[in-house]
Design a protein around this ligand. Structure first.
Ligand code: ZN
Length: 339
Protein backbone atom coordinates (compact mmCIF):
# COMPACT_ATOMS: atom_id res chain seq x y z
CA UNK A 1 0.00 0.00 0.00
CA UNK A 2 1.59 3.24 -1.07
CA UNK A 3 1.24 6.36 1.03
CA UNK A 4 -0.47 9.30 -0.56
CA UNK A 5 1.90 11.60 -2.32
CA UNK A 6 1.61 15.31 -2.27
CA UNK A 7 -1.79 16.12 -3.58
CA UNK A 8 -2.09 17.40 -7.12
CA UNK A 9 -2.51 21.10 -7.35
CA UNK A 10 -6.10 22.12 -7.33
CA UNK A 11 -7.17 23.33 -10.71
CA UNK A 12 -9.94 25.78 -11.33
CA UNK A 13 -13.08 24.27 -12.68
CA UNK A 14 -14.03 25.12 -16.17
CA UNK A 15 -16.86 27.52 -16.75
CA UNK A 16 -19.12 28.01 -19.72
CA UNK A 17 -22.55 26.76 -20.64
CA UNK A 18 -23.47 23.11 -20.41
CA UNK A 19 -23.83 21.50 -23.83
CA UNK A 20 -25.46 18.39 -25.16
CA UNK A 21 -22.28 16.37 -25.54
CA UNK A 22 -21.34 13.70 -27.97
CA UNK A 23 -20.94 11.34 -25.08
CA UNK A 24 -24.53 11.83 -24.18
CA UNK A 25 -25.56 11.39 -27.79
CA UNK A 26 -23.71 8.13 -27.83
CA UNK A 27 -25.51 6.93 -24.78
CA UNK A 28 -28.84 7.96 -26.17
CA UNK A 29 -28.27 6.48 -29.59
CA UNK A 30 -26.99 3.16 -28.40
CA UNK A 31 -29.84 2.95 -25.96
CA UNK A 32 -32.60 3.38 -28.46
CA UNK A 33 -33.74 0.29 -30.31
CA UNK A 34 -35.60 1.81 -33.20
CA UNK A 35 -36.21 4.90 -35.25
CA UNK A 36 -39.43 5.77 -33.41
CA UNK A 37 -37.40 5.65 -30.23
CA UNK A 38 -35.04 8.15 -31.80
CA UNK A 39 -37.94 10.45 -32.37
CA UNK A 40 -38.76 10.04 -28.73
CA UNK A 41 -35.28 11.32 -27.95
CA UNK A 42 -35.74 14.23 -30.31
CA UNK A 43 -39.00 15.15 -28.69
CA UNK A 44 -37.63 14.80 -25.19
CA UNK A 45 -34.64 17.01 -25.72
CA UNK A 46 -35.86 19.27 -28.43
CA UNK A 47 -32.23 19.72 -29.42
CA UNK A 48 -31.48 16.79 -31.73
CA UNK A 49 -32.56 17.15 -35.31
CA UNK A 50 -32.60 15.12 -38.45
CA UNK A 51 -30.19 16.64 -40.90
CA UNK A 52 -31.43 16.93 -44.48
CA UNK A 53 -28.19 18.43 -45.71
CA UNK A 54 -25.61 16.99 -48.05
CA UNK A 55 -24.35 14.57 -45.44
CA UNK A 56 -27.06 12.16 -44.42
CA UNK A 57 -27.25 11.79 -40.74
CA UNK A 58 -28.14 13.42 -37.52
CA UNK A 59 -26.79 16.71 -36.40
CA UNK A 60 -26.25 17.43 -32.77
CA UNK A 61 -25.58 20.87 -31.36
CA UNK A 62 -22.12 20.96 -29.85
CA UNK A 63 -20.90 17.87 -31.67
CA UNK A 64 -19.02 19.94 -34.22
CA UNK A 65 -16.56 20.91 -31.51
CA UNK A 66 -15.30 17.39 -31.15
CA UNK A 67 -11.98 18.03 -32.89
CA UNK A 68 -11.11 20.76 -30.45
CA UNK A 69 -12.31 18.69 -27.55
CA UNK A 70 -9.71 15.99 -28.06
CA UNK A 71 -6.71 16.88 -25.98
CA UNK A 72 -8.68 19.42 -24.09
CA UNK A 73 -10.96 17.28 -22.02
CA UNK A 74 -12.16 18.72 -18.80
CA UNK A 75 -9.58 17.48 -16.33
CA UNK A 76 -11.18 18.78 -13.23
CA UNK A 77 -10.31 18.30 -9.63
CA UNK A 78 -11.70 19.24 -6.29
CA UNK A 79 -11.25 18.43 -2.63
CA UNK A 80 -13.92 16.78 -0.50
CA UNK A 81 -12.76 17.05 3.10
CA UNK A 82 -9.51 15.10 3.17
CA UNK A 83 -10.03 13.47 -0.22
CA UNK A 84 -8.60 14.87 -3.44
CA UNK A 85 -10.67 14.03 -6.51
CA UNK A 86 -9.58 14.38 -10.09
CA UNK A 87 -11.25 13.40 -13.35
CA UNK A 88 -8.70 11.51 -15.43
CA UNK A 89 -9.07 10.57 -19.07
CA UNK A 90 -8.72 7.59 -21.35
CA UNK A 91 -9.70 9.18 -24.65
CA UNK A 92 -12.86 9.68 -26.63
CA UNK A 93 -14.53 6.86 -28.48
CA UNK A 94 -16.56 7.14 -31.66
CA UNK A 95 -19.17 4.78 -32.92
CA UNK A 96 -21.75 4.72 -35.70
CA UNK A 97 -25.34 5.56 -34.99
CA UNK A 98 -26.69 4.08 -38.20
CA UNK A 99 -27.77 0.68 -37.07
CA UNK A 100 -29.85 2.18 -34.34
CA UNK A 101 -31.09 5.34 -35.94
CA UNK A 102 -32.07 4.22 -39.42
CA UNK A 103 -30.56 4.24 -42.89
CA UNK A 104 -30.45 8.01 -43.17
CA UNK A 105 -28.06 8.18 -40.26
CA UNK A 106 -25.54 5.63 -41.46
CA UNK A 107 -22.84 8.25 -41.63
CA UNK A 108 -23.63 9.77 -38.26
CA UNK A 109 -20.89 9.42 -35.68
CA UNK A 110 -21.41 9.69 -32.00
CA UNK A 111 -18.72 10.00 -29.37
CA UNK A 112 -18.21 9.73 -25.65
CA UNK A 113 -15.46 10.57 -23.20
CA UNK A 114 -13.89 8.06 -20.84
CA UNK A 115 -13.22 9.79 -17.53
CA UNK A 116 -12.23 7.59 -14.60
CA UNK A 117 -11.94 9.44 -11.31
CA UNK A 118 -8.91 9.39 -9.05
CA UNK A 119 -9.67 9.63 -5.33
CA UNK A 120 -6.64 10.23 -3.12
CA UNK A 121 -7.33 9.78 0.57
CA UNK A 122 -4.89 10.04 3.46
CA UNK A 123 -4.04 6.34 3.15
CA UNK A 124 -5.23 5.10 -0.20
CA UNK A 125 -5.29 5.83 -3.89
CA UNK A 126 -8.55 4.75 -5.45
CA UNK A 127 -9.65 4.64 -9.08
CA UNK A 128 -13.33 4.81 -9.96
CA UNK A 129 -13.79 2.91 -13.22
CA UNK A 130 -10.96 2.21 -15.61
CA UNK A 131 -11.54 3.23 -19.21
CA UNK A 132 -11.31 1.04 -22.29
CA UNK A 133 -7.92 -0.54 -21.63
CA UNK A 134 -4.90 -0.62 -23.97
CA UNK A 135 -7.16 -1.08 -26.95
CA UNK A 136 -10.75 -1.66 -27.84
CA UNK A 137 -11.77 -5.29 -27.23
CA UNK A 138 -11.91 -7.46 -30.38
CA UNK A 139 -15.69 -7.68 -30.31
CA UNK A 140 -16.05 -3.92 -30.52
CA UNK A 141 -13.22 -3.06 -32.88
CA UNK A 142 -15.41 -2.87 -35.94
CA UNK A 143 -17.96 -0.59 -34.36
CA UNK A 144 -15.78 1.65 -32.19
CA UNK A 145 -12.76 3.84 -32.74
CA UNK A 146 -10.77 5.46 -30.00
CA UNK A 147 -8.79 8.70 -30.06
CA UNK A 148 -6.42 9.40 -27.25
CA UNK A 149 -4.18 12.26 -26.30
CA UNK A 150 -3.29 10.23 -23.25
CA UNK A 151 -4.30 6.87 -21.87
CA UNK A 152 -5.50 6.32 -18.33
CA UNK A 153 -2.00 5.37 -17.08
CA UNK A 154 -0.55 8.47 -18.76
CA UNK A 155 -3.28 10.63 -17.32
CA UNK A 156 -2.59 9.13 -13.90
CA UNK A 157 1.11 9.95 -14.21
CA UNK A 158 0.29 13.53 -15.14
CA UNK A 159 -1.64 13.71 -11.89
CA UNK A 160 1.51 12.65 -10.04
CA UNK A 161 0.98 8.94 -9.52
CA UNK A 162 2.25 5.68 -10.97
CA UNK A 163 0.03 2.68 -11.68
CA UNK A 164 1.84 0.89 -8.84
CA UNK A 165 0.51 3.50 -6.41
CA UNK A 166 -3.14 2.63 -6.97
CA UNK A 167 -4.47 0.58 -4.07
CA UNK A 168 -8.14 0.12 -4.98
CA UNK A 169 -10.18 0.12 -8.19
CA UNK A 170 -13.94 0.35 -7.96
CA UNK A 171 -15.88 -0.78 -11.03
CA UNK A 172 -19.41 0.53 -11.42
CA UNK A 173 -20.21 -2.45 -13.66
CA UNK A 174 -18.62 -4.64 -16.33
CA UNK A 175 -19.04 -2.77 -19.58
CA UNK A 176 -15.64 -2.76 -21.32
CA UNK A 177 -15.51 1.04 -21.47
CA UNK A 178 -15.48 1.07 -17.68
CA UNK A 179 -13.45 -2.02 -16.78
CA UNK A 180 -10.75 -2.10 -19.49
CA UNK A 181 -7.55 -1.19 -17.67
CA UNK A 182 -8.70 -2.97 -14.51
CA UNK A 183 -9.30 -6.47 -15.77
CA UNK A 184 -7.88 -7.20 -19.22
CA UNK A 185 -4.61 -7.79 -17.42
CA UNK A 186 -3.14 -6.45 -14.23
CA UNK A 187 -2.04 -2.94 -15.20
CA UNK A 188 -2.26 -1.74 -11.60
CA UNK A 189 -0.23 -4.44 -9.89
CA UNK A 190 -0.91 -3.39 -6.30
CA UNK A 191 -4.59 -2.64 -6.66
CA UNK A 192 -7.53 -4.76 -5.61
CA UNK A 193 -10.58 -4.49 -7.87
CA UNK A 194 -14.02 -4.17 -6.30
CA UNK A 195 -17.20 -5.09 -8.16
CA UNK A 196 -20.57 -6.48 -7.23
CA UNK A 197 -21.11 -10.22 -7.48
CA UNK A 198 -24.51 -9.52 -9.06
CA UNK A 199 -22.82 -7.59 -11.87
CA UNK A 200 -20.51 -10.49 -12.56
CA UNK A 201 -23.28 -13.06 -12.55
CA UNK A 202 -25.51 -11.09 -14.88
CA UNK A 203 -22.63 -10.35 -17.26
CA UNK A 204 -21.56 -13.99 -17.27
CA UNK A 205 -25.06 -14.93 -18.36
CA UNK A 206 -25.08 -12.65 -21.39
CA UNK A 207 -25.13 -14.24 -24.85
CA UNK A 208 -21.82 -15.44 -26.25
CA UNK A 209 -19.88 -12.56 -27.74
CA UNK A 210 -21.58 -9.91 -25.63
CA UNK A 211 -18.90 -7.46 -24.44
CA UNK A 212 -19.94 -7.73 -20.80
CA UNK A 213 -19.60 -11.50 -20.92
CA UNK A 214 -15.98 -11.21 -22.02
CA UNK A 215 -15.24 -8.85 -19.16
CA UNK A 216 -17.02 -11.17 -16.73
CA UNK A 217 -14.58 -13.95 -17.62
CA UNK A 218 -11.67 -11.65 -16.76
CA UNK A 219 -13.35 -10.60 -13.52
CA UNK A 220 -13.90 -14.20 -12.47
CA UNK A 221 -10.26 -14.95 -13.19
CA UNK A 222 -9.18 -11.96 -11.09
CA UNK A 223 -11.42 -13.05 -8.24
CA UNK A 224 -9.95 -16.55 -8.33
CA UNK A 225 -6.49 -15.01 -8.11
CA UNK A 226 -7.60 -12.86 -5.18
CA UNK A 227 -7.01 -9.49 -6.76
CA UNK A 228 -10.71 -8.84 -7.32
CA UNK A 229 -13.33 -8.81 -4.58
CA UNK A 230 -16.96 -9.65 -5.29
CA UNK A 231 -19.13 -7.41 -3.13
CA UNK A 232 -22.64 -8.17 -2.04
CA UNK A 233 -24.31 -4.86 -1.38
CA UNK A 234 -23.35 -1.45 -0.08
CA UNK A 235 -19.98 -1.18 1.61
CA UNK A 236 -17.24 1.28 2.51
CA UNK A 237 -14.21 0.50 0.36
CA UNK A 238 -11.85 2.73 2.36
CA UNK A 239 -12.61 5.60 4.73
CA UNK A 240 -14.14 8.31 2.55
CA UNK A 241 -15.12 6.01 -0.34
CA UNK A 242 -18.40 4.12 -0.17
CA UNK A 243 -20.29 2.17 -2.81
CA UNK A 244 -24.05 1.94 -3.08
CA UNK A 245 -25.79 -0.54 -5.35
CA UNK A 246 -28.10 1.24 -7.77
CA UNK A 247 -29.04 -1.29 -10.47
CA UNK A 248 -30.81 -0.68 -13.74
CA UNK A 249 -28.10 -0.20 -16.33
CA UNK A 250 -26.77 -3.51 -15.04
CA UNK A 251 -27.52 -5.79 -12.13
CA UNK A 252 -25.20 -4.85 -9.30
CA UNK A 253 -24.37 -1.49 -10.85
CA UNK A 254 -22.80 0.58 -8.09
CA UNK A 255 -22.32 4.29 -7.65
CA UNK A 256 -19.62 5.75 -5.44
CA UNK A 257 -19.98 8.29 -2.65
CA UNK A 258 -16.96 10.32 -1.60
CA UNK A 259 -17.58 11.54 1.92
CA UNK A 260 -15.13 13.38 4.15
CA UNK A 261 -15.20 16.27 6.58
CA UNK A 262 -18.94 16.70 6.27
CA UNK A 263 -18.75 17.09 2.49
CA UNK A 264 -19.73 14.69 -0.28
CA UNK A 265 -19.37 14.08 -4.00
CA UNK A 266 -20.89 11.46 -6.26
CA UNK A 267 -19.63 9.26 -9.08
CA UNK A 268 -22.59 7.90 -11.02
CA UNK A 269 -20.96 5.35 -13.32
CA UNK A 270 -23.49 4.67 -16.07
CA UNK A 271 -26.54 5.47 -13.95
CA UNK A 272 -26.33 9.08 -15.19
CA UNK A 273 -23.11 9.35 -17.21
CA UNK A 274 -23.79 12.46 -19.25
CA UNK A 275 -26.07 15.42 -19.57
CA UNK A 276 -28.71 13.75 -21.63
CA UNK A 277 -29.04 10.96 -19.10
CA UNK A 278 -29.91 13.41 -16.42
CA UNK A 279 -33.40 12.93 -17.79
CA UNK A 280 -34.87 10.04 -15.78
CA UNK A 281 -37.46 9.34 -18.45
CA UNK A 282 -34.91 8.54 -21.15
CA UNK A 283 -35.12 4.78 -20.99
CA UNK A 284 -32.21 2.89 -22.47
CA UNK A 285 -32.43 -0.49 -24.11
CA UNK A 286 -28.88 -1.05 -22.84
CA UNK A 287 -30.31 -1.02 -19.33
CA UNK A 288 -31.04 -4.54 -18.21
CA UNK A 289 -33.74 -3.23 -15.84
CA UNK A 290 -35.10 0.01 -17.31
CA UNK A 291 -37.58 0.71 -14.55
CA UNK A 292 -34.90 0.35 -11.89
CA UNK A 293 -32.66 2.64 -13.92
CA UNK A 294 -35.37 5.26 -14.12
CA UNK A 295 -36.22 5.04 -10.43
CA UNK A 296 -32.62 5.04 -9.24
CA UNK A 297 -31.62 7.86 -11.56
CA UNK A 298 -34.49 10.03 -10.32
CA UNK A 299 -33.72 9.29 -6.67
CA UNK A 300 -30.01 9.91 -6.92
CA UNK A 301 -30.29 13.06 -8.98
CA UNK A 302 -32.93 14.38 -6.60
CA UNK A 303 -30.55 13.89 -3.73
CA UNK A 304 -27.63 15.44 -5.63
CA UNK A 305 -29.76 18.46 -6.50
CA UNK A 306 -31.07 18.87 -2.98
CA UNK A 307 -27.62 18.61 -1.41
CA UNK A 308 -25.93 20.66 -4.18
CA UNK A 309 -23.34 17.92 -4.63
CA UNK A 310 -20.59 17.79 -7.22
CA UNK A 311 -21.37 14.89 -9.56
CA UNK A 312 -18.75 13.27 -11.80
CA UNK A 313 -20.13 12.45 -15.26
CA UNK A 314 -18.04 9.66 -16.78
CA UNK A 315 -18.96 10.17 -20.43
CA UNK A 316 -19.41 13.95 -20.57
CA UNK A 317 -16.29 15.51 -22.16
CA UNK A 318 -16.93 19.13 -21.34
CA UNK A 319 -18.54 18.69 -17.96
CA UNK A 320 -16.60 16.18 -15.93
CA UNK A 321 -17.93 17.62 -12.70
CA UNK A 322 -21.46 18.93 -12.68
CA UNK A 323 -23.87 20.47 -10.31
CA UNK A 324 -27.39 19.16 -10.79
CA UNK A 325 -30.30 21.52 -11.25
CA UNK A 326 -33.97 20.80 -11.80
CA UNK A 327 -35.54 21.79 -15.07
CA UNK A 328 -38.92 23.41 -15.35
CA UNK A 329 -40.31 20.18 -16.82
CA UNK A 330 -39.35 18.12 -13.81
CA UNK A 331 -36.14 16.69 -15.17
CA UNK A 332 -32.54 17.59 -14.37
CA UNK A 333 -29.64 19.28 -16.04
CA UNK A 334 -25.98 19.65 -15.25
CA UNK A 335 -24.07 22.93 -15.02
CA UNK A 336 -20.40 23.45 -14.21
CA UNK A 337 -19.76 22.87 -10.55
CA UNK A 338 -18.42 26.08 -9.06
CA UNK A 339 -17.97 24.89 -5.49
ZN1 ZN B 1 -20.37 3.60 -20.22
Amino acid sequence: MAPARSHPERRPLRGGPAKLSEASIYRAATSLPSLPACFKLIRLRGRCQYSAGRTPGLSFPGAENYGEAVGDLARESLRIGEVELRALEDGIFTTAAGNLLGDDSLRARIRGALQPVLAVTAEHIVLLDAGFGPEIPPGLKESYTLRRERSLPQSLREAGYEPEDVTHIVLSHLDPDHAGWALQERHFPNATVYLQRAALEEAAGMPAGHPRREVAASARHAAEEDWAVLLEGDVQIVPGVRVEVRPGHAAGHQIVWIESGGEAALFTGDLAPSNIFLNPDLISSADTDPEAARRNRAEILSEAERRRLPVFLYHEPTLAVARILRTEKGGFKGVPFEG
